[in-house]
Design a protein around this ligand. Structure first.
Ligand code: RIB
Ligand code: CA
Length: 291
């Protein structure tokens, strides 16, 4: 009997931190995942879509639809200095013939009742989709990299658009949250980056090139934030998940965008990552990235 594949839509801010490209590579190299589309989000969408297209080309998967999405958060703050700079420039792509990411997400959620949405960037596209079509929430499983439990500082994906994050958390969708408190424990060493680069194939060469550019621009080795969220769909023995009630702070003077682990019973019930087998995860990631 053939195994039923998981239908997966990835919403990504690829082109900044290199971990989005590594997450995409994990998904593309996992046969039990069927990627039904990739949507881009947050500043310079056409440029990010160009990076997405390039990755797909190298993996021979130009058939996967790529959409551009929201440029700016629903309200408030954005950081122009975080316009992507850590990927080689592969040119702009506008996805002219495809709907906006928000409508594409709605379309795919309606088409596939068992759709999984991997949200690995700011949550603007996903929040817009859930605001426009709240009925999709009850069918949607969202696996996300975002938030940080037990910290008064906001994690990047939530900080960029707290209102959108709040819409997503309060939507009633089935949410698996992999926060920065856990992902920070999964940073490649220099030797691990070199192990990926040592593989003599175009995919690993491209990932090696992207990781080197990231290391120079950001000044530290890649942290596997987004791949760790995706790992939930690939391996069931890497992350420990626990039920939590999460509130999104949208008003704090210094804490806007914080994910509050609420002990008083308020907030959205989610499954949140609380522990990771980091060394085993990195070992498996390398095995996947060299393919
Ligand atoms: O805080 C980490 C998150 O911010 C990751 O998704 C990374 O790619 C950046 O978007
Ligand atoms: Ca990301």
């Amino acid at each position: 009997m053939t195994e039923k594949k998981t239908k997966l839509l990835i919403d990504t801010d690829i082109g900044g931190d290199v971990d989005d490209a590594l997450a995409l590579a994990l998904a593309l190299n996992t046969p039990q995942l069927e990627i039904v589309g990739i949507t881009n989000v947050y500043l310079a969408n056409a440029w990010r879509a160009g990076v997405t297209k390039h990755v797909l080309e190298v993996y021979g998967r130009e058939d996967i639809p790529v959409c551009t999405g929201a440029e700016k958060p629903l309200i408030g703050w954005w950081d122009e200095s975080r316009i992507p700079n850590s990927s080689p420039d592969y040119g702009e792509f506008r996805g002219e013939k495809l709907p906006h990411a928000c409508d594409f997400i709605i379309q795919k959620a309606e088409e596939y009742p068992d759709l999984v949405l991997a949200a690995i960037g700011p949550l603007t596209n996903v929040g817009l989709a859930l605001a426009k079509a709240p009925h999709i929430a009850k069918k949607l499983k969202i696996v996300m990299m975002g938030g940080e439990i037990g910290q008064a500082n906001p994690e990047w994906n939530i900080k960029c658009d707290p209102e959108a994050a709040r819409i997503v958390f309060e939507s009633g969708a089935d949410i698996r949250m992999v926060g920065r408190d856990v992902t920070l424990r999964c940073q490649f060493t220099r030797e691990e980056v070199d192990a990926v680069k040592a593989a003599d194939n175009p995919r690993a060469r491209m990932l090696g090139e992207m990781m080197e550019k990231f290391i120079v621009s950001f000044g530290y080795l890649p942290i596997l934030h987004d791949p760790l969220a995706l790992s939930l769909l690939v391996w069931d023995d890497i992350l420990t998940m626990e039920k939590k009630r999460i509130l999104i702070e949208t008003a704090g003077e210094f804490t806007r965008g914080v994910t509050v682990d609420c002990i008083w019973g308020e907030g959205a019930e989610v499954l949140a990552a609380t522990d990771v087998r980091a060394e085993e995860f990195k070992k498996r990631m390398i095995e996947v990235l060299v393919r």
